[in-house]
Design a protein around this ligand. Structure first.
Ligand code: FMN
Length: 393
């Protein structure tokens, strides 16, 4: 990222970005692979997904509508995520777009050129379509990991398309899919992301874990809820931890409710997982991976960004989105990200009310300038660190 661009030419408000300063103060751009192989290493070992080394073993989760190239780039700048993932891509949709327009789906924006390691997640229930798309991703786009979604609880995916978490009650189909996609992608590793089961009275994760491993899967990520739970209640980390016994060869990645460096450390200590994956909390704090990596390495955890810095980051994120989609569509797309950035801060509700209605870049920039949460008492990193600004958990 480069700082200091001037939006004034389009009549936009002339914010003065200073991304270089952000980098210096918050370790942005640090190499996420630091520490690999050092004998006196503190913290968990790097995760191995087939030939891919994930170090630190902290993964950025796939999130439809959010984890596009711009978001991944923001996360990458901070460092700390050993493996990043795209949004999920529908296999038959991919093939159809390719047949009709001979291009990749919009969800693969950036994938061709961005740094590796990078995982692309695909979903469907058709082993052939998944294998075809997996092969294209592995051999044409040369992604590091092909991940298959067996966890999505959304009705359009489960009931309408009999895919995602629906497949957790179809172990044979899961096995066939993992085997076919693994064969098609080799030597690129294929992983599976699951929930505990479809419903609380039908927990199938243990069986599915064995099926994934036997079919040639290279890692298993488990979100500790059932599809029925959606996002309610708490992730059941005891059940995640129990799956470790079922996996003889491949690593277990735990996922659910990790929103602080302390919780990441506790996940490794208490449940013996090989890796962890973070989703929602890192929408509000894309620097959380960097904090988690530091905590795992026994280093001082970098402070949260100040509110002023977060506003700068939000504007930089907007610039990345606008560069791809244009200013107007970019502003509309940024509404949801802006709400995430403001989450939990004083004045977030008012900000959300205004930013949710913006339909032009000028409106977006105006709302960010006038309403993004800020501290009246000055806004120093020390205050943010001590939680005085409400930035944190
Ligand atoms: C908006 C949103 C979109 C998501 N999209 C995907 C997706 O495309 N693929 C997937 O496997 N999981 C998806 N998830 C689930 C997350 O990857 C993750 O498993 C879940 O949010 C639990 O982790 P967390 O508690 O850290 O958020 C999504 C979650 C959210 C909130």
């Amino acid at each position: 990222m480069t700082g200091g661009f001037d939006l004034g030419a389009n009549g936009w408000i002339g914010f003065n970005f200073n991304m270089e300063k952000l980098r210096d103060q918050h370790g942005m751009g640090l190499d996420a692979t630091r520490g690999t192989g050092t004998p006196d290493r503190v913290g968990p070992a790097p995760l191995r997904i087939g030939p891919v080394v994930v170090d630190p073993p902290v993964l950025q989760a796939p999130m439809a509508g959010f984890t596009n190239y711009a978001y991944r780039q923001v996360v990458r700048e901070f460092g700390g995520a050993g493996l990043q993932a795209t949004e999920m891509v529908h296999a038959r949709g991919f093939l159809e777009i390719d047949r009709r327009r001979q291009e990749y789906p919009e969800r693969l924006w950036g994938v061709e050129d961005e740094p590796r390691p990078l995982a692309v997640q695909i979903w469907d229930n058709d082993p052939s379509a998944l294998a075809d798309v997996g092969a294209r991703l592995a051999h044409e786009l040369k992604v590091s990991v092909v991940d298959i979604n067996f966890g999505c609880p959304v009705k359009q995916v489960t009931e309408r398309a009999k895919s995602g978490s629906y497949l957790l009650k179809c172990p044979d189909r899961v096995g066939e899919i993992v085997a076919r996609v693994s064969q098609a992608c080799a030597p690129t590793p294929v992983t599976a992301k699951i929930r505990l089961g479809c419903t609380r009275d039908n927990i199938t994760a243990a069986l599915i874990a064995e099926v994934v491993e036997q079919a040639g899967g290279a890692a298993l990520t488990v979100h500790g809820r059932t599809a029925q739970d959606f996002f309610s209640g708490q992730a059941d980390w005891d059940r995640i931890g129990q799956l470790k016994e079922r996996l003889k060869r491949i690593p277990l990645i735990g996922n659910g409710d990790l929103d602080s460096p302390e919780k990441v450390v506790a996940a490794f200590q208490n449940w013996n997982v090989d890796g962890v994956m973070i989703a929602r909390a890192a929408l509000a704090k894309p620097w959380l991976f960097r904090q988690a990596a530091a905590a795992l390495a026994g280093e001082e955890v970098p402070a949260d960004l100040t509110l002023h810095e977060q506003r700068t980051l939000l504007l930089e994120h907007f610039r990345l989105v606008a560069a791809r989609f244009g200013e107007t569509k970019g502003a509309v797309l940024m509404r949801k990200f802006a709400c995430c950035y403001a989450q939990g801060k004083p004045g977030a509700r008012e900000f959300r009310t205004h930013v949710a209605k913006v339909s032009t870049a000028a409106e977006f920039l105006h709302v960010v300038e006038t309403c993004f949460p800020q501290s009246s008492a000055g806004d120093t990193p020390e205050m943010a660190r001590s939680g005085e600004l409400g930035v944190g958990s």
